[in-house]
Design a protein around this ligand. Sequence first.
Ligand SMILES: Cc1cc2nc3c(=O)[nH]c(=O)nc-3n(C[C@H](O)[C@H](O)[C@H](O)COP(=O)(O)OP(=O)(O)OC[C@H]3O[C@@H](n4cnc5c(N)ncnc54)[C@H](O)[C@@H]3O)c2cc1C
Length: 372
Amino acid sequence: MGKHFDVIVVGLGAMGSATCYHLGGRGAKVLGLERFDLPHAQGSSHGYSRHTKTAVYVDTPFEPFIGRSFELWRLLEGETGQQILVTTGYLRMANTGTWDHLQGKVRHEVLTADELAYRYPQFTLTSDYHGLYDPNGGLLRPELGIASHLIQAMRRGAEIHGRETVTGWKETGDCVEVETDRGRYCADQVVFCSGSWTAPLIADLGISLTVSRQPLAWVWPARNAACFDVGSLPIWQIPAPEPDGEYYGFPMMPDHPGFKLALHNYGETSDPDQLDRGVRPDDEEEVRACLRRYIPDADGPLTAMRICMYTSTKDYLPVLDRHPAYDRVTVGCGFSGGGFKFSCAFGEWMAETALGQPTTIDNEAFRFARLL
Ligand SMILES: Cc1cc2nc3c(=O)[nH]c(=O)nc-3n(C[C@H](O)[C@H](O)[C@H](O)COP(=O)(O)OP(=O)(O)OC[C@H]3O[C@@H](n4cnc5c(N)ncnc54)[C@H](O)[C@@H]3O)c2cc1C
């Protein structure tokens, strides 16, 4: 048997990189294992930008985690000197519902159709639309967030291995043995942050996870490109008429050429190893429908497309818990289409749990038990 660690973290995407960072910060002897490069574009955390916002999480189980995540992203920025979170504001447009429940709970503005047209002429909306503006909203740069967490973890002594695949594991009396395509290790605790591959890795997970194929697109605006630059436009979201779902997008950033947008719904289900990463004509048409209808000035040439994966539980809430059958195993999975923004706070929870420390935030809503 190889070296002994306090904690082994399996999977170093959004959640695993944050977990290693918090473990390293607590002085633990950590090994992080990732089957691909650090970072990479095969899982759920690539594509140069992710939404973050606060208002939509008021009165939800995510509320304590969102506040903590803003603090932690800013701390990471302070340590690294990198801008990981770019505050742009968040604009949600809709022609149904109200935002009355937010009154007195969180800073926000409700915008009429006229106010929307005046402030955000990039969108073409009918007079029945109204808007919610959340000034805390912004975009996170996922590759930079993952790299920053890992670099800081390594600076604090964590051992991090890219291109090493975990092929098996077992709990023995006094440790967890983890086997990879390069060696064998043991640890007091293991944390699985293996994204879309969690179910194959933990055969007796006890819950089902659905993996779906999610295309992303970038276009160069046909007209008035400067109106789509960061500084001119918040991150945004608008209901998609059909199929059910929401279109969402980002202002243009120097990280990648083009105006990024996508359809948030639950796409074609797939095995993560069989995922069709090729781009199909329908994938582009999905976002063209949004551009034609709501953002005609941006309906210009395609600059890039990527395929990403959501991993979802049956209630679309994540699992953040100790494995019910194994004392030495902590699992974070099923983060669906909204997990990145919380990764720094979820990583803190997993590090604290693996080390047997009191947790900063309770995981009550995210336990296995609700799904078993
Ligand atoms: C298109 C799209 C848009 C999204 N938009 C947003 C958004 O705007 N805001 C937001 O907050 N969230 C968003 N999300 C969700 C968010 O990105 C995910 O919830 C989050 O990134 C999931 O992180 P993860 O660590 O669970 O998975 P991953 O980042 O995929 O990490 C899992 C890692 O485990 C590794 N691994 C698996 N098996 C093994 C093994 N056997 N050995 C070693 N390593 C292994 C994988 O290679 C991978 O690196 C979006 C997701 C997608 C797909």
